[in-house]
Every structure is written in structure tokens, then in C-alpha cells.
Ligand binder design. Sequence first.
Ligand code: NI
Length: 139
Amino acid sequence: MSGLSRIGVAIDSELLRKFDRLIARRGYTNRSEAFRDLIRDELVQRTWESPHSQVVGTITLVYDHHVRLLNEKLTDIQHDFHRSILSTLHVHLDHDYCLEVVVVKGAVSEVQKVADILISMKGVKHGRLTISASGTELA
Ligand code: NI
């Protein structure tokens, strides 16, 4: 055991209310255990493939297109990583929000890098990288 550390997290009240409902449905009796499990799950997902493995995947982004220059920044990043990006699907969800699905292919480390950059951009409300194996590896 390395000892316990206490941290403070600033979180939007509405988001926290939704989080509490979610963890209650999953049977958690306190937030700390739910946070720990989320962190563990994320760490496990990042180690289950070696960084040099070739994969295909999708990066799903939901973002507010009114955030200044966000569209341009997201496009610039995709051009920087054009060797890893096969295609992008854009859907105008409503007046404010866009959904983008970016199809990626390449080394896990490269695919993860572009996903992390896109998902962490200010104005991106939700993002998720889904990694899959290529068809021949699934045979
Ligand atoms: Ni749009």
C-alpha cells in the first residue's frame, strides 16, 4: 500500500448530480470508490495493447461549435495527423452541438495521441476513443 491521498475536484453541479445517479444504479455507496474504479478502468485500457500494435478505431467527439476557432483547431489537428486518419463524419446535432466521428488507423501510440489532443480541447464536451483490431486479426 502506498497510502491514501485526498484530492479536491471542482465539478459542475448538474454533471455531479448525473454522476451520482449513474453510480447509484451501478451499486456504489460512495463517490470515492466509483472514482477509483473509473481511474483503474482507464489505466487498464491503456496498458492492454503494446504501443506499437497496429489498430483501427474511432474517435467520437461532441462539441459546441460556437467556441471560438474550435472547428479550425480540430481540423488543423486532423491535418497534422492525416497519416493516421482515414475519414471523418460530421453531424450537426442541434443549433449548438456537433458530433464528429474520426476513423483512425495506425500504431496504438499514434492513435491514442491524436485522440487525447482532440478530446482535451476546450469546447469538446465529450470524447471517446474506441480501439478495435483489424479484420485479419479477428479471423
Ligand atoms: Ni456541425
